[in-house]
Design a protein around this ligand. Structure first.
Ligand code: UD1
Length: 433
């Protein structure tokens, strides 16, 4: 019997071959933001009309979210980078555990389901390799809005009270500025009765993108992008055509770091510079010359000097660029101290970089990187999405051909990365079967 090989089985057996030492040149194009798209897709649950997103990246996480929404009755249509989502007929308020567990962001749809239907059941997403990743803040927020929430047998059941089960606006102060909790509460509060304020809200650009879309759909949200968000509940939301997803700031940062690690002058676009100010500053600190004009960033790396970073919520340096930055620091002059403050287990790429000759020691959540003149290619495994990007950057600068396995992580979050890199002169091939 011949057994077919699925896409996800494929990227378990495939690997990238990256031959380092080539100078890159030209322009790297940034796709739409993964983390924005995922949450904008769940916002479709809040209306029975169609919402249409443009600049949607082609990623396995986006396909998974499509499947999850499909399991709830949402009609998802995709053509190129355009996606139409219609939730006129919700047939289910509990997506299957296997799907939710494959994509943590799908848990955030508990907010939109609850807002629209007055009830929802959502399997707990569980931890992941980089850390425990609790959802206590999401649940606390929903309770503050009047929902009765219970957790039993790994499923969170939430429902509004009263005859129409409508949530009630309330003041909420988050214990930590969780991106997901802010987004979950935003989506639950837009259809609640009365006004909600979220203090200590996450200020990430993806939260702003969600609030912008919701406002276009008829919501009344102010303050998104600052630490206090105010939401005046409305009776219903309508559809929206042609909403462009913001460019992916993490992909943009990764590409600028690809230029830095290969000491290549390049252009990266489109970028919203305010979304990556902390990253641009660190690149300047380590000796890169940056010219920003509109949504283009031209980078000319000099001799790289070791620079310290500490990951923080926005507008600080993003945890999602910590691993790629470490790859860059591996060949910088001097000692760089890299402190991971968001996730307790996000230094797994250190061991792989060490296999390529990097000189790094770990003390708790801090990596101390002594720059070496050059890395040497080795077979490596990517432990998570951003570690995969770090391995590619290290491979681009190393002597020899690096084989990177664990591509299922990479394909979750980087749209067409090897052809983009090949387009600027990198020697990157996908091999295996
Ligand atoms: C989002 C991003 C992810 C990024 C992260 C931090 C999406 C789909 N994913 O994840 O790429 O790495 O922001 O920028 O947008 N926390 C609690 N209690 C909670 C919730 C969170 O203690 O109830 C803690 C977490 O353990 C972590 C920190 O808050 O230490 C940040 O987590 P959070 O902002 O919630 O991350 P996500 O929204 O899951």
């Amino acid at each position: 019997m011949v057994v077919g090989v699925t896409a996800s089985q494929k990227n378990l057996t495939q690997y990238l071959s990256v031959t380092g030492g080539h100078s890159l040149h030209g322009t790297l194009k940034v796709s739409g933001a993964k983390n924005s798209t995922l949450v904008l897709m769940t916002a479709s649950l809040l209306t029975n009309e169609t919402i249409e997103l443009t600049n949607v990246p082609d990623l396995t996480d986006i396909h998974s979210m499509g499947k999850i929404l499909g399991s709830l009755g949402v009609v998802v249509e995709r053509s190129m980078n355009r996606m139409r989502l219609t939730a006129s007929d919700l047939t289910n308020a509990e997506p299957p555990y296997e799907l939710v567990n494959s994509l943590r962001a799908s848990f955030f749809s508990i907010g939109s389901l609850l807002g629209r239907l007055g009830h929802a059941r959502m399997p707990l997403p569980g931890g992941c390799r980089i850390g425990a990743r609790p959802v206590a803040e999401h649940i606390r927020g929903l309770k503050a809005l009047g929902a009765v929430v219970t957790v039993q047998h790994g499923v969170v059941a939430a429902s509004g009270t009263g005859s129409n089960q409508r949530l009630k606006g309330a003041p909420i102060i988050l214990d930590c500025p969780s991106v997901g909790a802010t987004e979950t509460i935003l989506m639950a509060a837009v259809l609640a009765k009365g006004t909600t304020t979220i203090e200590n809200a996450a200020q990430e650009p993806e939260v702003q993108d969600l609030a912008n879309l919701l406002n276009v759909m008829g919501a009344r949200i102010s303050g998104a992008g600052r630490s206090v968000i105010s939401i005046e509940g409305v009776e219903s939301l309508h559809g929206c055509l042609d909403y462009p997803v913001i460019p992916d700031r993490i992909e943009a940062g990764t590409f600028l770091m690809a230029a830095a690690v290969t000491r290549s002058s390049m252009r990266v676009e489109p970028v919203i510079p305010e979304h990556i100010n902390a990253v641009l500053q660190k690149l300047r600190d380590c000796g890169c010359l940056l010219k920003i004009s509109g949504t283009s960033v031209d980078i000319t790396p000099g001799d790289l000097i070791a620079t310290d970073i500490t990951t923080q919520p926005f507008p600080g340096f993003p945890t999602d660029l910590q691993a790629p930055f470490m790859a860059v620091m591996s060949t910088a002059k001097g000692t760089s101290v890299i402190s991971e403050r968001i996730y307790e287990n996000r230094l797994q790429h250190v061991a792989e970089l060490q296999r390529m000759g990097a000189n790094i020691r770990v003390e708790g959540g801090t990596a101390i990187v002594e720059g070496v003149p050059i890395l040497s290619a080795a077979p490596v495994v990517s432990s998570d999405l951003r570690a995969a990007a770090a391995m590619i950057l290290a491979g681009l600068s190393a002597r020899g051909t690096t084989q990177i396995s664990g591509l299922s992580h990479l394909d979750r979050g980087y749209d067409n990365i090897e052809s983009k890199l090949r387009g600027v002169g990198a020697d990157v091939e996908r091999d295996g079967f």
